[in-house]
Design a protein around this ligand. Structure first.
Ligand code: BMX
Ligand code: ZN
Length: 318
């Protein structure tokens, strides 16, 4: 009998995660290992500055890979905004990223790189990363929510991303949970994003502090610090956040009958206690048959999940 050895081939992808506040980039192996990573703030001037930064990041990473003899399978991008996955183009986006609508990233990158380029929404790729290497590994019916500058969503059903017609689907942060709620920058009122994103956690605290004549220069990080010190206003804001998040999650459970909900993004980082609060809350809400066995887990790849997911597109879709 002839023994045939199938050799596992290591390949590497460049992954870039473009969010409203930061851009994270790295080189990732197909075993999920992060070989190189870098984080920079998202330029506030918008399109041309972001494109210039992307170019310098990509060229730097390509050079680094070459110097270290790493074969590259391509460039994967995960960006905030509604992305036409098939064309590699950002069709639209909220004001979280200035002047980002209509940018064809695949075409732009092709002007200086010969590598294949894959572009998807930032939280769609986070869902890919978590299901391949992280908290959603082994699950087929998965919902991811990333709580950051905004709230992004990714849905896996039968283990595959649910994209809709062109890839713009799963904007879960823009599911309204209150017709009379705060106006969201997507045009609706009372979106999940206006309850539980970092931006709105800070905004709610600022409003409450202003009413009391207190300084309103607070960030969402300050709100969490104050919450840990039992500050009554921070407690109010966090309870409001958990309440909204729980409503949003129960809606998603009713709609999609998932096995697991993964919570990621800067707001969630290491905060297992939010998971516990939400779990407790949803156990008394909605349709018992659907809600009772759903697991809620923190993202395991944390701040790396975006660019790992972005990179893994480069071998997943080959
Ligand atoms: C917003 C929306 C989503 C994005 C989500 C998380 C834009 C520009 N953004 O809801 O597409 O996935 O934010 O993005 O339309 P982040 O900025 O918090 O990473
Ligand atoms: Zn909205």
């Amino acid at each position: 009998m002839i023994k045939r050895m199938v050799e596992f081939q290591m390949i590497y992808g460049i992954g870039i995660d473009i969010g409203g506040t930061k851009i994270a980039a790295g080189i990732v192996s197909n075993t999920g290992k992060v070989i190189f990573d870098k984080k920079v703030p998202t330029p506030k001037m918008g399109r041309s500055e972001i494109l210039a930064l992307l170019k310098s990041l990509i060229l730097e990473l390509e050079e680094w890979a070459e110097r270290n003899a790493l074969p590259l399978s391509g460039i994967g991008i995960g960006t905030a905004g509604q992305v036409n996955f098939y064309e590699g183009k950002v069709i639209s986006g909220t004001s979280n990223i200035k002047d980002w609508n209509g940018v064809n990233l695949r075409e732009d990158i092709a002007t200086y790189s010969t590598l294949p380029v894959y572009v998807d929404n930032d939280v769609n790729v986070l869902a890919l990363a978590e299901s391949t290497f992280g908290a959603a590994k082994g699950y087929e019916e998965v919902i991811c929510l990333a709580l950051g500058t905004g709230i992004g969503g990714g849905i896996l059903t039968n283990g595959k991303l649910l994209r809709g017609v062109w890839g713009g689907g799963a904007e879960l942060g823009h599911m309204s949970i209150d017709l009379n709620g705060d106006p969201c920058n997507c045009g609706l009122h009372g979106c999940l994003e206006t309850y539980a994103s970092g931006t709105w956690i800070a905004k709610h605290m600022q409003m409450l502090r202003k009413e009391k004549g207190l300084s309103n220069h607070v960030t969402s990080r300050d709100v969490f610090e104050l919450y840990e010190k039992n500050d009554p206003l921070a407690t109010q804001v966090i309870q409001h956040m958990v309440h909204g998040l729980s409503y949003g999650i129960v809606n998603l459970i009713h709609l999609f009958n998932p096995q697991v909900i993964i919570l990621g993004g800067g707001v969630m980082s290491e905060r297992q206690w939010i998971v516990e609060m939400v779990h407790k809350k949803i156990s008394t809400m909605g349709m018992k048959s659907l809600v009772e066995n759903v697991e809620i887990k923190l993202s395991e790849l944390n701040h790396h999940s975006g660019f790992i997911g972005a990179a893994l597109q480069t071998w997943l879709y080959k």
